[in-house]
Design a protein. Structure first.
Length: 335
């Protein structure tokens, strides 16, 4: 898949040509006192600068949170669950991390608990071009004992809070069993352990980090997977609008699950070099290959510096080379 062609985003004063800084900072036009049509001159608006900023594709940050519990040694597609995940992520030819390490900021954490030590988390923080260190870390370890999912998710929120770069942040949980807690190492699917994991997914979303879950095998209750999926993206538990969850029963399905999740956070969000007043976002004009897109249904601002394409517009840019352009009035710019 080719990334879309990204044009310059112009944030223009209504009365004049666009000039200004290329780094997104507001820069007033040099006023001409004899020209009433120039900002700062005659009867023009001295407080309405023109700026030029760039619209660029954002790099998502993906934290891979991998269950290292003892049951990950179980058979899965002619190997173990543990090594099936390894192949999915790190195969030299088709591994997800290998293919996308220059397009996605990857980090990894292997989580478990053992002999009263809880949690045990081996991790490398997210970075571009991270294939070799992530693969080497994974290769050093084998599955051991428990599955303290909730506390491990909370730890990943702390790790991702240190990432200063723009772009969406997500956690992908790959697990093969029901969650444990540090207080009760073997709850066997007790409601308290499930509730703790769902609560951690909700806290992650509230911190601006979406969470997705993949079941490696069929040992996790589908009701729990659904609750985790909904909680991770801010949907109501048991509501009519359910988020997708992923249950991989074979190698191809496992690859497809990671590809679907990670592909969904690429290419549709674009960083704005500058800030837009969100209360005036609907005054912007965004076009895709020259066609104006509808605010709220085909594009939106997820924050003051991030523009996101939605629905069919997102699908279009993910499947080819396209031109995205955007324009906002000067009053929409936050200094």
């Amino acid at each position: 898949m080719r990334l879309p062609h990204l044009s310059t985003l112009l944030v223009c004063a209504l009365s004049g040509a666009c000039v200004g800084s290329i780094d997104g900072g507001n820069q007033p036009i040099d006023p001409d006192p004899d020209d009433p049509g120039t900002p700062g001159g005659g009867d023009g608006d001295e407080d309405c600068p023109s700026v030029q900023v760039e619209l660029t594709d954002t790099v998502p940050t993906v934290m891979l949170l991998i269950d290292r519990s003892g049951t990950m040694d179980a058979d899965f597609a002619y190997t173990s669950r543990w090594w099936a995940v390894y192949d999915t992520l790190f195969d030299e030819s088709v591994g997800v991390v290998k293919r996308l390490e220059q397009e996605v900021r990857f980090g990894i954490a292997l989580y478990t608990a053992d002999n009263g030590v809880c949690p045990i988390i081996e991790q490398i923080p997210p970075a571009m071009g991270n294939f070799e260190p992530l693969r080497n870390l994974y290769f050093q370890y084998d599955p051991v004992d428990e599955t303290p999912t909730a506390v491990s998710i909370d730890a990943m929120v702390q790790t991702l809070s240190q990432v200063q770069e723009s772009g969406p942040k997500i956690i992908v949980v790959a697990t093969d069993g029901e969650p444990d807690t540090c207080e009760v190492p073997d709850p066997d699917g007790l409601p308290e352990a499930r509730s703790a994991a769902v609560g951690a997914a909700q806290r992650a979303h509230q911190a601006g980090i979406d969470l997705y879950i993949i079941s490696v095998g069929d040992q996790v209750a589908q009701s729990h997977l659904q609750d985790m999926a909904n909680a991770g993206v801010g949907k109501a538990l048991g509501g009519p609008d359910n988020a997708p969850y992923y249950q991989a029963l074979g190698a191809d399905a496992l690859v497809g699950a990671f590809d679907s999740i990670i592909g969904g956070v690429r290419s549709c969000s674009f960083a704005i070099e500058g800030q837009v007043d969100l209360s005036q976002a609907d005054q912007g004009t965004v076009t895709l290959d020259g066609r104006q897109l509808a605010y709220g249904t085909e594009w939106d601002l997820t924050d003051a510096s991030t523009l996101e394409l939605l629905g069919e517009a997102c699908s279009t840019v993910m499947n080819g080379d396209h031109t995205v352009e955007a324009e906002f009035t000067c009053g929409s710019i936050v200094e």
